[in-house]
Design a protein around this ligand. Sequence first.
Ligand code: ATP
Ligand code: MG
Ligand code: MG
Length: 619
Amino acid sequence: NAVAPSNFLRHVIENDLETGIYQGRQWGGSPGDAQHHANGMPDPAKVRMRFPPEPNGYLHIGHAKSIWLNFELAKEYGGVCHLRFDDTNPEKEEQEYVDSIRDAVKWLGYETYLADRPSAPGTLQPHEYFASDYFDFMYRAAEYLIENDLAYVDEQTPEEMRANRGDFGKAGIDSPFRSRTVQENLTRFREMRDGQLEDGAAILRAKIDMASPNINLRDPALYRIRRATHHNTGDKWCIYPMYTFAHPIEDALEQITHSICTLEFEDQRPFYDWLLDRLAEKRTLPDGTVVGGLIASPHPRQYEFARLNVTHVLTSKRKLRQLVEEGHVDGWDDPRMPTLAGLRRRGYTPEALKLFCERSGTTKSAGGWTDYAALEAALRETLDPIAPRAMAVLDPVKLVITNWGELMGGPNKDESVLDDCTAPVHPHHPEMGERHFKIGREVWIERTDYEDVPPKGFTRLFPAYTNTSGQAIAASKVRLKYGHTIECTGAMRSADGQLLEVQAKLVPDTKSGTPGADAIKVKGNITWVAVADAVAAEVRLYERLFAEAQPGGGELLDELNKNSLVKCSAFVEPSLANAEGGAGFQFERHGYFVTDAKVDGAGQHVFNRAAGMRDSWGK
Ligand code: ATP
Ligand code: MG
Ligand code: MG
């Protein structure tokens, strides 16, 4: 099962399922609301959850945790889960963000975000949810609170409000506007709505308790005046609901059962319950009419879990936006960004991210950090069994096999003759097929695979030499993986010592896969590609974007790793020439790479490294 057994939320859900608290609940909401013409219909889902991002930036790895948690829990308990855009803050929200969020959730594999909702009696249809679709209902709920003397229009200045709010251990002071009559409040609130007051001139507040030990209950703001064009509702409204007021209502209208959020919202829970209790309760007036019941009962409950923190990773949309806007990265989907768009471009897969989320645990204790290495480990573990293999030579230097024509070129000692080599696409999955490439007189090898005088333990190419104690050391013999065995004979260097070319001799009858090929012992295997069929490529190697292990505490720019991207030229084997954007590979020796999805066609080949073969950070 996908959700770790230690997850405390499972106990909550299991208990609710056992008592059947939400069973038989009917769709509520105010009659006549376009989106609630299913009032009174039973809700078939016993568990209904949601992932509610604000479309004010791209989703990051922290959101992946929340997405995974909500969707997997719903799935596990036979419930439903959907995506809701929490778009009540017009200035910061944009269509680009809505689109990117939709893409990210879909990419993670939770397409059922188009969760069912009743559209007409007896039918359920897929639906995408926007908080802004409920602005009419929210407005009506606000008037309902006013009518019941539970809210008032406050016209203190923001400074007065702040000062009168009190502090921890110090009660707040009632606003002089708190004693306004219901009628006065209704009139004034409608004037707010109708644009008769300036931005910031008044707010609607809940009337709870200015002396409450929980500051969130000291008459929290419900509505503010803000002349801003909304990406969905345009200029219809000049007042917008506050998050704390809007969010519980969104949950209630969508019949959420378990509303999961991060621990920062724990102090908001009493207001969440206060508001939904008020909207759900029904009262019978002296004349016998029943009022209230604006939302279905029982209403959703909020549960908090510890947010995901990953070392060397920043999880704050606001700060990530700063990196984008100041040009420290190449957009929200820069492969170094912890956004889902960036991780995807970097080569991370939904499977790897989900495994990582599961392992990171779901608890109620704040402040934990999950090691970045766990993210890479999850990637390796999920990709190793499935990633096609390929050879790529980074920082290449030419190797010339000087006796090639003589041994391979037939009677004419043709230097240009090529030989065919074969390798499995995956060493453990013959059904994945074979790769084919050439070998010839000239091949590209890694510059670091040659040394004039080998350091201790070096198992690659070096020519015969005399060591410091005067001992003659034989040249190394090395296998060109999937090709032949060669013996190093020397190298050419430029006047300033730069390695220009490595030379070697082919050892006869050592072609990989032929009888007796391994009779001659070699020091090691090296990867290579033939000059004849190599594909030129750019390889981008990434390190952590933040040198700081727990970034976000200090000045952002001081915490950045200045060397988070190294671009190098490379040659890759011909099977990669037509790799599609976003296709992933294991480059033998080098780790997991993906074709950069942004550099498509046009003969340009760019590969991003998602992770090395093993954890080498700081080593
Ligand atoms: P940020 O602080 O980065 O802007 P946010 O919480 O304001 O994040 P929302 O769009 O409101 O962003 O987030 C949607 C959901 O994702 C919320 O339920 C929030 O609690 C959850 N979430 C955000 N960051 C994390 C995190 N690091 N770990 C787990 N859940 C997270
Ligand atoms: Mg938020
Ligand atoms: Mg935020």
